[in-house]
Write a protein that binds this ligand. Structure first.
Ligand SMILES: [Ca+2]
Length: 300
């Protein structure tokens, strides 16, 4: 009986020393908390200093419809407006997101949340070479029970793409120093071997100072901005269209802009994506079908 009592006290001490996160969040590596599920944004009207205003907060719970269609900036704002212990949450960083999935703090860990070998249907993500899953929206959070990391974080692969924060800004001076191109004012005249990435919403190629639209011209829209890749450099550019050709203009206004990343693939795209894959081509105001999750410090 006495031994039993000592054991109970020992357990209580052990329980108190365990790291703790608020409901809906998972402890990762005894180091931080991350939303266990893709965020569902809840907007409520509240009294703020005598004024009734809508306030959006990030909610992480099972069996919710993940919120997509917010820009990277808006996702970051929603996390930063969501209470977490004595402070607020933040948009998960690239490192926090990756460690939450691969089961290992720092570089290394598994390729997929459930191990190193791809398992068809384990997450809400198409197989390589297959078309999109037969869904019109992301699956509800946590509905793929086996799509879970060792820290009990769900849907890191598939479901919705997820915005993360790589903690970088666009350094135009550095990119220009690395690029081998000729400028006339901000007009790009010559960039040997350069390619243009203007994936939304069209495909283009760059040759001899002009950009040409690829495709039959009927279904392709003319993208207004994109990236010029020249050697190791990546430069933000605007495209000034005249018919199916465009002039390329260096977009100096984007200097210092945050660099974004999206991770994890989605139910409609990203076949073969693993936890290391990061797409950094969207600007912070881009709006697409991308969700997110937030992180924060341990409660204790
Ligand atoms: Ca996801």
């Amino acid at each position: 009986m006495l031994l039993g009592s000592v054991g109970a006290v020992g357990l209580a001490v052990l329980a108190c020393s365990q790291p703790l996160c608020p409901a809906g969040m998972s402890v990762v590596g005894s180091a931080y908390c991350i939303d266990s599920f893709e965020v569902a944004v809840v907007t409520e009207v509240r009294d703020l200093a005598g004024e009734r205003r809508p306030v959006s907060t990030a909610v992480s719970r099972r069996d919710a419809e993940p919120t997509t269609g917010l820009s990277w900036r808006a996702a970051r704002e929603v996390c930063a407006a969501t209470p977490h212990g004595p402070g607020f949450k933040h948009l998960a960083t690239s490192a926090e997101w990756e460690d939450a999935g691969d089961g290992h703090m720092g570089p290394g860990g598994t390729r997929f949340p459930y191990g190193d070998d791809w398992v068809s249907g384990r997450c809400g993500l198409p197989d390589a070479g297959a078309g999109p899953l037969a869904l019109s929206a992301p699956p509800r959070t946590g509905s793929h029970a086996g799509c879970r990391s060792v820290w009990k974080v769900y849907d890191l692969l598939g479901g919705a793409w997820e915005w993360v924060d790589p903690g970088k800004v666009l350094d135009l001076g550095g990119e220009l120093a690395r690029a081998s191109l000729t400028l006339e004012g901000d007009l790009v005249r010559d960039a040997p071997g350069a390619t243009v990435e203007a994936m939304w919403p069209g495909r283009v190629e760059f040759a001899g100072g002009e950009v040409r639209l690829l495709g039959n011209g009927r279904d392709w829209k003319r993208p207004e901005r994109g990236w010029l890749h020249s050697g190791e450099a990546r430069l933000p550019v605007s495209l000034r269209w005249s018919g199916d050709t465009a002039q390329l203009v260096l977009d100096r206004a984007r200097d210092g802009e945050p660099v974004t990343e999206k991770r994890g693939g989605a139910y409609y795209a990203g076949a073969g994506v693993d936890l290391r894959y990061a797409y950094d081509g969207h600007d912070p105001d881009f709006i697409g079908s991308i969700g997110f999750r937030c992180a924060g410090p341990l409660l204790r």
